[in-house]
Design a protein around this ligand. Structure first.
Ligand code: GLY
Length: 368
């Protein structure tokens, strides 16, 4: 078991615990925060698989608990589901000294985190992420949000959890596509700032992409270390935290064009493709050697992830550009992209030339 402390000047420090069999040991850790009462919010699928273990652990620790479920899927990140969760917390009578536990993937974590930020002007919450993507990314750092018809994650709050428990054993029940999707975010962390980690992920560590628990544990630990160091420096994404968006501007454009239904393309699959495009665009600008972009593409392909636009579908360059310009990371009409000088050396580029980027997308196979 490894404990990583997330600390920054602007928020109370908290631990991310990464290890095996943590669900069964969660009760005592949560009791230390909850002083006797908690509500678990989960989706129906995850609740069926994992809530009984968590409830038993809490009960054994003397914590009374109730389980509230939401329907699985991105559609639950909505105003209506947020209202329903808040209403259930009010009905149960949770007060500000109690704790809410988010048991699930990114959808549950984002929705419950926002509910916790709003409930009685802010209540403590614990993240128990049950997908690889949530363990290495969304459960750490305090971004919470819902979607609206105008875009994903546009309504939200920064609300840091009090504790994150990343239990490697729960990943055993993940469908392969979900593992691959989370693995893309793991690779992203190496690409941003840790070339030796990326080298390990490409070699010995590659077994994590198909579920090897020892490789997964090491990959989650290093990812959380990287993410928590960045968040500690820049909680509100005024600067360095934007690096965590590597692959996301391209990826969001592709996801949005395909529609965000889970059958289309998992988030991490779009991010993986986006990382390849970010490296290819860096190469196109003469910022990064072709051999580096080739290696990124080869490692991502070896993990069973998409690396070419045409593998994801047929896209119009104008439609992708409109999505990228509309991305919430675009500032004052200029396009911001995360680019790289090399593997492990990503940087924020705030003045990307739109016409040049469009020509690049056509070169990559988008219809001109
Ligand atoms: N997922 C990017 C961030 O947390 O900033």
């Amino acid at each position: 078991m490894t404990v990583i402390s997330v600390s920054g000047g602007a928020f109370a420090a908290y631990d991310v615990v990464v290890g095996r069999d943590l669900l069964a040991q969660a009760g005592q850790r949560i009791d230390a925060l909850a002083r006797g009462r908690t509500v678990i919010v989960s989706d129906e699928t995850v609740a069926r698989l994992h809530a009984p273990t968590l409830v038993a652990s809490l009960t054994a620790a003397g914590v009374t608990t109730q389980v509230v479920t939401i329907p699985p899927g991105e559609a639950s990140k909505s105003f209506s589901e947020l209202e329903r969760v808040l209403d259930r917390l009010l009905e149960i009578g949770l007060d500000r000294k109690d704790v809410v536990v988010a048991l699930g993937g990114g959808v549950v974590g984002d929705l419950v985190g926002l509910a916790a930020a709003l409930y009685m002007r802010g209540i403590d919450f614990v993240q128990i992420p049950t997908t690889l993507l949530a363990q290495v990314d969304s459960s750490v750092g305090g971004k919470t949000a819902i979607d609206t018809r105008r875009g994903k994650n546009l309504i939200g709050a920064f609300h840091q959890p009090r504790l994150v428990l990343a239990d490697i054993d729960v990943l055993a029940t993940l469908p392969p596509v979900q593992l691959r999707s989370g693995w893309a975010e793991v690779l992203k962390h190496g690409l941003i700032c840790d070339a030796p980690f990326f080298g390990w992920l490409a070699g010995e560590g590659a077994a994590g992409a198909t579920g090897d628990p020892a490789a997964l544990e090491r990959a989650v630990i290093r990812s959380v270390e990287i993410k928590s160091a960045i968040v500690g420096e820049d909680e509100k994404e005024a600067g360095r935290r934007a690096l965590l968006n590597l692959g996301h501007t391209f990826g969001h454009a592709v996801e949005a064009e395909l529609g965000f239904e889970e059958a289309a393309l998992a988030h991490g699959e779009a991010v993986a493709l986006g990382c390849v495009l970010a490296f290819r665009y860096s190469q196109h600008l003469g910022l990064c050697a072709a051999a580096e972009a080739d290696r990124v593409e080869a490692v991502i392909a070896a993990a069973g992830l998409l690396t070419r636009l045409e593998q994801a579908g047929t896209f119009s360059a104008d439609a992708l550009m409109a999505r990228m310009a509309g991305d919430k990371k675009a500032e004052g009409g200029r396009l911001t992209l995360i680019l790289a000088h090399a593997i492990g050396r990503a940087f924020v580029e705030k003045s990307v030339d739109a016409a040049d980027l469009r020509a690049f997308l056509v070169d990559q196979g988008a219809a001109g």
